[in-house]
Design a protein around this ligand. Sequence first.
Ligand SMILES: *Cc1c(COP(=O)(O)O)cnc(C)c1O
Length: 359
Amino acid sequence: MRVYNFSAGPAMMPLEVLERARTELLDWRGSGMSVMEVSHRSKAFIACAAETEALLRRILGIGDDYAVLFLQGGAFGQFAALPLNFSAPGQQLAYVCTGDWSKKAVAEARRYGEVAVVADESASGFTTLPAASSFAVDQDAAYLHYTPNETIRGVEFDYVPDAGAVPVVADMSSTILSRPVDVPRFGAIYAGAQKNMGPAGLVVVIVRRDLLGKARPETPTVWDYTVQAGADSMINTPPTFAIYLLGLVLEWIDELGGLDAMAARNRAKAEALYSFIDASGFYSNPVEVGARSWMNVPFLVADPSLEKTFVAQAADAGLTNLAGHRSVGGMRASIYNAMPPEGVTALIDFMKEFERTHG
Ligand SMILES: *Cc1c(COP(=O)(O)O)cnc(C)c1O
């Protein structure tokens, strides 16, 4: 039986995508092989990667002035690749810190440069966003980095920070493809695939071409954006199966109506869940209303001793992976693109019943 999987990542995939992959698994495009057995240098796979990139460009609105890279090493690898590709030793790196992933990005960047944390929401326990005009960015900084959606505490920006002439770099791992993005406002965007794009093993990097050509000599070649942009991300074997599945996920998004349709669907799912939580005296969400994520919805029960029971009974009812991140406890429902509206309705129904029997 398929469950409604509320995991933060690797996360639920669209059922239609899994069924299509199953159909094609043993004989991909008439090759008599699975796509994962095909050479990445074959005509068929090169076409698959090019089609996937073209569809990503169309759906996200990525212009020719940006390179699209399919890399490995996750978003975490990019925490190091960013300073190596974009900054000279000693140059300032500006970071906005709104949660656990921002903190990890800062810690990794500190190994390579002079990090200035220009806004830090730790005082609120990472339940707030900095006001749009509340931080200044030194115009000598190599870039301004921020995390549009903090996956663990469920905090999502409703604006793109203004850094003047300094390029804005965003870790979109847990929000990419969930709503339209104004790509020209970014110097670079990156995202691990395993939340909204496909399986683990692929990280997509979108980088404005005028920022290429500045990698430090010690940059690992597989993470050198300039080298990879010049080699169609095939300096070595790319994650072929993950790229193929990203293509199927993009076709699924396209058939549903693209990012405007995804945004409407995601907004409706999130609003249903937050309004239920807010109206209840039994559940609560600690995040400031204007900073709430459409993708990750943490919630608490008044009596924390009920958390284990909640998570276990939910799993028995086919609603899995609702425990909060091990660092924060509580519960968390990750409701990425692939979570159907029926899954959120089923969760709300379960929460009502749990409150009735335990409240
Ligand atoms: C999941 C996640 C990461 C880590 O991604 P990996 O692919 O595991 O390296 C980084 N940033 C954000 C915002 C995430 O949600």
